[in-house]
Design a protein around this ligand. Sequence first.
Ligand code: NAP
Length: 253
Amino acid sequence: MRLDGKVAIVTGSSRGLGKAIALGLAKEGANIVVSARTEVENPQLPGTIHKTAEEIQALKRRVLPIKCDVSSEQSVNDMVKKTLDEFGRVDILVNNAGVAFYYPVIETPLKRWEIVLRVNLIGAFLCSKAVLPKMIEQKRGSIINISSLAANEREGGKVSTGLAYAVAKAGVDRFTWGLAAEAGCFNIAVNCLKPQQVVDTEGMRFWVKEEERKGWVTPEKMVKCAIFLAQQDAKGVTGIVATDEEICAWHGL
Ligand code: NAP
């Protein structure tokens, strides 16, 4: 197994892509910190940190579900502290937690704009900052930021996921190669992965009507790429911002 004994934190792994990536890393031998806010099932948005943890436990991996809001520095620092208390190390961080707000600027309250930036962009900064000291001490680590084509796509100038989300993800892209440059000398890889096609997740189903769900794919390619990127350090692949299809094509996955 390619990630035997590694410890991975996956933010936003109560459902969707984060859950699929957490299970994928666990199947490769990693022990997993399942991190998100939901502990009690909401029928509109299925999935909890405990359900994901049960599925990982069934794979005979060590797993620690931790309630964490990535937009809060205190919550993130507590989550990383609990991770280190339990496992003593952290090898992989997947900054996956994300939210969108599918409205034009004129209909976006400041509070929504701030939440979208806090979760997608500030969350990635806070979680990365919190794991860096341990990764530096270990002289190795891999940080994977999950972004979106919304960051650079311009269909008639508009993005359906709302401009706050596009701006936040553009920030995630920039954060990736900037942090890769800062962390490379400590042998830490930092990469950014985004789906080429819409991935069928609970979050997407919440926003998009059934009749509009065309061409959606399973998370399979994203999971393959996350496993590949999780194995990297700064001597390997680092500083890239790419889609799952690009990474699969470039690296024969
Ligand atoms: P999803 O089904 O809505 O899942 C989002 C996850 O983020 C949930 O586990 C949610 O958990 C967590 N989350 C939201 N706010 C949080 C917060 N404040 N603190 C901690 N966790 C939080 O979405 P998804 O489709 O799987 O998307 C996952 C990632 O992929 C996101 O970054 C998204 O932008 C990106 N992405 C997805 C697609 C796609 O086609 N699906 C395309 C491009 C990019 P709780 O609610 O339990 O906290």
